[in-house]
Design a binder for this molecule. Structure first.
Ligand code: PMP
Length: 434
């Protein structure tokens, strides 16, 4: 497509005049890879079509929620029916109760759950709850994990454990992040040191169990076990941010993946988003009863939302959860994602490129590195120019991956063998040009 005929270009110009950067969430602007973002016109199954009418095989799926693919007929019908019954009431509905019951049934670590409208809201509220429950101030997070954009969680590592983090955004005051300690992912020594220094004042450790915001990096089993032990020993809460991994890596979420390897393992608070709304604004946080009962109106920790438990979002989420609860759903999704990762790895190695990949359920990551990274610093050793060239080569051929090397990828149940094989063939061509 020449610049004269690409309708995304004038649309992006129009957007930039009225929306900062032309987008309503920064990564959509293609800043990391360069070029013009594709404006989506419509989507169906594993594909979306941009404003030029070009079809793309979609490996983002709205950054996770579209686990069934776009416009699944049963989900669509549930949403249409819910819309006819009313958009929002600001009063309780039966569907919220049914959704809460379903979430608790699927996640034994939760006895109660509160529904909110975004992952940011859910992690922020989980952090407040952890502080309210423990009566402590400090929190630990990990370098490379993203927990939404509330002030106290927008932090990068400080220069040492004695100093707390620095804000990663203008507009966040030093006071807002002074109790946030940022440690290296998978670093047991640092974790132990942090507990030795601050245990008595630690409200929680918040973690992405499989980090999807530094591409795809697993917390090691040893690291996970040690976090759990230290939290239990010192009375800090373990907060699992499963906004990305929740119901995507397994029906029991990432916590079930770890519980297979660490008998009895469970987090104290779980944060959910994305899949539980099936593409509508919906997120949640839940825990055992004694923790959740600290929330208003029962307890002193305030939390609220005009659109929380929205009737259309709950309909969309409930139907999505029902459809992915079928026996074998996640196993099939895992196999399908494996087909893509194995295909890409083979094609890259044929072209003589350093390449490695990992996946769990419908979440994947690949790296132009000889070995899987275990920390943010290792992820960032990826050759960015090579990634960007790969990215644009695939985009031109109609395969839409995340437009940044530090983002994960997503396969849905709508991706067929043929879709994946076409993507692998395109990659084979592109790898030869790198
Ligand atoms: N936590 C994690 C792990 C996420 O991946 C995200 C968003 N990608 C969030 C929290 C924030 O969710 P939201 O964008 O819905 O605010």
């Amino acid at each position: 497509m020449t610049p004269n005929t690409d309708l995304n270009i004038p649309l992006f110009e129009r957007a930039k005049a009225v929306i900062p950067g032309g987008v309503n969430s920064p990564v959509r602007a293609f800043n990391a890879v360069g070029g013009t973002p594709r404006f989506v016109q419509r989507a169906e199954g594993a594909y979306f079509w941009d404003t030029n009418g070009q079809r793309f095989t979609d490996y983002i799926g709205s950054w996770g929620p579209m686990i069934l693919g776009h416009g699944h007929p049963e989900v669509l019908a549930a949403v249409q029916q819910a819309a006819l019954d009313g958009f929002s009431f600001g009063a309780p509905t039966e569907r919220e109760v049914t959704l809460a019951e379903k979430l608790i049934e699927l996640l034994p670590s939760m006895e109660m759950v509160r529904l909110v409208s975004s992952g940011t809201e859910a992690t922020m509220s989980a952090m407040r709850l952890a502080r309210g429950f423990t009566g402590r101030r400090k929190i630990i997070k990990f370098n490379g994990c993203y927990h939404g954009h509330s002030d106290a969680l927008l932090v990068k590592a400080g220069s040492g454990l004695a100093t707390f983090g620095n804000a990663t955004s203008a507009g966040v005051t030093p006071e807002a992040v002074q109790d946030t300690l940022v440690l290296e992912y998978n670093d047991i020594d640092q974790l132990e040191e942090a507990f030795a220094l601050y245990a008595d004042d630690l409200a929680c450790v918040m973690i992405e169990p499989i980090a999807g915001n530094m591409n795809f990096v697993r917390a090691s089993v040893a690291f996970t076990r040690r976090i759990r032990e230290l939290c239990t020993q010192h009375g800090a809460l373990l907060v699992y941010d499963e906004v990305m991994t929740g119901f995507r890596v397994a029906l029991g979420c990432a916590q079930a993946v770890y519980a297979k390897q660490i008998p009895g393992f469970a987090p104290d608070i779980t944060v959910l988003g994305k899949v539980i709304g099936g593409g509508m604004p919906m997120a949640a946080f839940g825990a055992r009863r004694e923790i959740m009962e600290k929330l208003s109106p029962l307890g002193p920790v305030y939390q609220a939302g005009t659109l929380s438990g929205n009737p259309i979002a709950t309909a969309c989420g409930l139907k999505t959860l029902e459809l992915i609860s079928h026996a074998g759903f996640h196993e099939q999704l895992h196999r399908q994602t494996g087909r893509l990762m194995n295909g890409l790895s083979e094609a890259a190695h044929e072209a003589g490129l350093p390449f490695c990949a990992d996946h769990e359920g419908g979440l994947f990551g690949f790296f132009f590195l000889p070995e899987l990274p275990t920390t943010y610093a290792e992820v960032m050793r990826t050759d960015g120019q090579r990634f960007n060239k790969f990215y644009h080569g695939m985009l031109e051929r109609g395969h839409y991956f995340a437009p940044a090397l530090y983002e994960a990828g997503f396969v849905s149940a709508a991706h067929t063998d043929a879709d994946i094989d076409r993507t692998v063939e395109a990659a084979r061509e592109v790898f030869k040009t790198l």
